[in-house]
Design a binder for this molecule. Structure first.
Ligand SMILES: [Zn+2]
Length: 119
């Protein structure tokens, strides 16, 4: 999120001919649980203002998923955000909480272009 990788990926896909991009953003550590130094929050806010957050303790925090969703929507990508905090929920994997490795998956799928009339 801080490096704008999501936006650059969308730009690259568009440059290669993608015309209708949709994305799903899954659960992650939430903006209330991702405490960071003030300087890092300020840097995140420059990249995506909605990423600036406040932790449960009232300290600076960032909401990475909100920043990613913002970057996608800024490029007119249809986004489905499946919200969930991986630190708070026992049902979600979290290295920070469990201190053991787990698995993540990312999927990119190319669909046939639709033409008018449903052909
Ligand atoms: Zn949380």
């Amino acid at each position: 999120m801080m490096q704008g990788i999501v936006g650059r990926a969308v730009d690259a896909m568009t440059d290669l001919g993608a015309r209708s991009i949709s994305a799903v953003v899954g659960p992650s550590v939430c903006g209330r649980c991702y405490e960071v130094p003030e300087q890092l929050r300020a840097q995140a806010a420059k990249v995506s203002p909605v990423a600036a957050s406040v932790s449960w303790q009232g300290t600076p925090a960032i909401d990475v998923a909100a920043g990613v969703v913002d970057q996608l929507q800024a490029r007119s990508v249809a986004v489905k955000w499946i919200w969930g905090c991986s630190r708070e929920s026992e049902e979600l994997f979290s290295y920070r909480r469990q201190h053991r490795t787990g698995r993540f998956a990312g999927v990119v799928r190319l669909l046939e272009a639709h033409t008018e009339g449903g052909v």
